[in-house]
Ligand binder design. Structure first.
Ligand SMILES: [Fe+2]
Ligand SMILES: [Fe+2]
Length: 304
């Protein structure tokens, strides 16, 4: 079965409003993580950040009037988190773009041939930019693992954000081929495994960035890591449709729980009520990823 033009345009743009902001932030988080000595890595991160910012601006222009801005694209915390992070790091963050996104026109426009072509063209440029950021992440990870580079990001965080970028390339490639999933059950279980692992690692990053005095939050974060890990370890043993259903429900409940935890955490960090060494925008970033996972799960609920 092949995809209609309208589905192609909407699915592409929905994916981009989520992932382009994620990519531009990965580049920013990396750029601010290195010592002054590594000016090449810093400059490259900043350049990638501005490239993805431009791609997001284009995607927003195309998306205006065609799709909605959902809570995986921007939240109520995104703008204040950007302002605070720009203040703390001295990096320029295009907050005007975020403001425009939050005011974007509601859907109603028709999908015409011109927009189909523009989206196809944008998809190709996104693929090449994302392959570039994957290479950058690989070079940084290699240098970290060879103990030739210092960063305030954990090596696992670089591995994690590289995995997210690889996922993005994979999903855009499928859209470019207009490929519909062949086996929805298989696709769902892969998505669950992928995002449960992402959620587990978020809990581990939060645990690791908290000040040692934040014992209560540390224990909460640690508990999420253990529970997501335990959940994913059961995936191989799933056989009956009832077991798959239970796995789905548990994944959704746990994702909702960690989403609430992240939302509270973001609020706490913005109010300067939590001792932590991560930029405020990282808190909103992982919140949006939880929102994205929950959105994904809810689309499966509609087709099942
Ligand atoms: Fe991310
Ligand atoms: Fe992530």
């Amino acid at each position: 079965m092949s995809m209609t033009n309208e589905m192609f345009v909407k699915r592409s743009l929905e994916l981009h409003l989520f992932f382009l902001r994620i990519m531009k932030e990965h580049a920013l988080f990396m750029a601010v993580s290195f010592p002054p000595k590594n000016e090449d890595f810093i400059r490259e991160g900043a350049e990638l950040n501005s490239q993805f910012n431009n791609l997001l601006r284009e995607a927003l222009e195309l998306a205006s009037g065609v799709i909605m801005v959902e809570n995986d694209a921007a939240t109520e915390f995104t703008l204040p988190a950007e302002e605070k992070t720009a203040f703390l790091t001295g990096m320029q963050i295009d907050t005007a773009l975020t403001e425009a996104e939050l005011r974007m026109a509601r859907p109603g426009a028709r999908v015409d041939a011109q927009i189909v072509e523009r989206v196809g063209n944008l998809n190709n440029r996104i693929l090449s930019a994302t392959r570039n950021i994957i290479r950058y992440k690989t070079r940084v990870l290699d240098a970290l693992l060879a103990c030739e580079l210092l960063s305030s990001n954990y090596p696992l965080l670089i591995e994690h954000i590289r995995r997210e970028a690889i996922r993005y390339v994979d999903l855009v490639t499928r859209l470019q081929n207009r490929a519909e999933p062949e086996n929805i059950q298989q696709e769902l279980i892969e998505d669950e495994f992928f995002w449960n692992q992402i959620m587990e690692e978020h809990a581990e990053f939060i645990r690791g960035y908290l000040d040692p005095t934040e014992t209560e939050l540390f224990d909460l974060a640690d508990d999420f890591a253990v529970r997501f890990n335990e959940l994913n370890s059961r995936i191989q043993g799933l056989r009956t449709s009832q077991q798959f259903m239970m796995f789905f429900n548990e994944s959704e409940e746990l994702a909702e729980e960690i989403r609430d935890f992240k939302a509270q955490g973001t609020q706490g960090i913005l109010a300067c009520g939590i001792r932590i060494i991560a930029p405020p925008l990282l808190a909103d970033h992982v919140l949006r990823e939880a929102n994205h996972y929950l959105r994904l799960l809810s689309t499966y609920k509609q087709i099942r």
